[in-house]
Design a protein around this ligand. Structure first.
Ligand code: CDM
Ligand code: ATP
Length: 297
């Protein structure tokens, strides 16, 4: 078994509508997820002894304070797949997680890590032919979309996935003010707000430029944004600051917050915006959308 490496990219909800509530309390969504170039890095390193097996070590700017025991989504993903790996699951390895994405921040970093761990373990255990979707669904609503890391329409609670519109070249800025926002709290606030459920939105098969993307997105919202701002006003400050940057065509919150994104036509404008926003002490990222076709991993 060789050392393997993969990247767990940030998931951005370009819009997010709540369409229904299930009896178990989960909410049905209509959302368009895309992936940013920003990513955590995971390495699978063969281990010599059973005692070294599946040990998780965490580094990186957002690694501090993240638990490295069985509760980490990476460990949970590997333990889940091992149940079905049979004798192959006795091949032991360690996982190194370089945590570069802010935690509990609406960009699905933990979900992306879990999906990446499933991909790595499936390779190490000769399970590349196995459909990882049922494992992903057990780990969290955002994990299935993070398996392929391609633009996708998310419906159901996030598990009903269809290809999203073909995206044009664009640049995205991410900004996070350093507030960890618990997803259950935000869905709870949305429920308490008494807001109405939304109908399913119609999207084109392809957008040719940023203007057409934004023309469509202006008819959508992130339904969780206003309740998240009411509870965490700093999110509103971030959206305003992003929207005020030269060249920003749309600024909005991703997922349940607090990370917000801005869409820009050029990489220069995005990088300049990120540079200015970083002066606020916020985590920022500027780059293109992630294209799985160009991934060396
Ligand atoms: C907001 C999004 O990030 C949008 O992509 C996701 O819907 C959240 O996905 P996630 O963080 O993987 O969510 P999970 O870990 O499965 O669920 C955390 C909690 O969020 C709430 N939750 C989550 C997803 C969903 N469709 N409806 C919900 O109501 C539930 O209270 C749940 O107990
Ligand atoms: N590898 C991991 N990375 C990040 N968080 C993890 C990880 N493993 C477990 N967690 C826990 O999962 C929770 C959610 O983390 P995550 O960063 O995925 O949130 P999020 O970005 O808000 O996700 P989403 O957009 O899916 O709602 C955190 O409270 C964190 O403690």
């Amino acid at each position: 078994m060789n050392t393997l490496e993969t990247f767990a990219h940030a998931k951005i909800n370009l819009f997010l509508h709540v369409t229904a509530r299930r009896p178990n309390g989960y909410h049905e969504l209509d959302s368009l997820a895309v992936f940013a170039a920003a990513a955590d890095r995971l390495r699978l390193v063969p281990a010599m002894a059973e005692s070294d097996g599946a040990r998780l070590s965490i580094s990186g700017p957002f690694g501090a304070g993240l638990e490295d025991g069985p509760g980490n989504l990476v460990s949970r993903a590997i333990d889940l797949l091992r149940n079905d790996a049979g004798a192959r699951g006795s091949r032991v390895f360690g996982i190194e997680l370089d945590k570069r994405l802010p935690v509990a921040s609406g960009i699905g970093g933990g979900s992306a890590d879990a999906a990446a761990a499933l991909r790595l373990a499936a390779t190490a255990w000769d399970m590349a032919h196995v459909d990882l979707t049922p494992y992903a669904e057990k780990l969290g609503a955002d994990v299935p979309v993070c398996l392929a890391q391609r633009p996708a329409r998310m419906q159901g609670i996030g598990e009903v996935l269809t290809p999203g519109p073909i995206m044009p070249r664009l640049s995205m800025v991410l900004a996070n003010p350093g507030i960890a926002v618990p997803t259950p709290e935000v869905f709870g606030l949305w429920k308490q707000s008494g807001a109405a459920f939304r109908d399913i939105t119609t999207l084109p098969a392809e957008w040719h430029d940023l203007t057409s993307v934004v023309d469509t997105l202006r008819h959508t919202t992130n339904d969780l944004q206003s309740v998240a701002i009411a509870r965490y006003p700093m999110i509103g400050t971030v959206i305003e600051a992003l929207g005020a940057q030269p060249g920003c065509a749309l600024a909005r919150m991703s997922g349940s917050g607090a990370t917000c994104f801005g869409l820009f036509a050029t990489r220069d404008a995005a990088e300049t915006a990120a540079f200015h926003l970083a002066r606020e002490g916020w985590w920022t990222h500027a780059g293109p959308l992630y294209d799985p076709g160009c991934d060396p991993s």
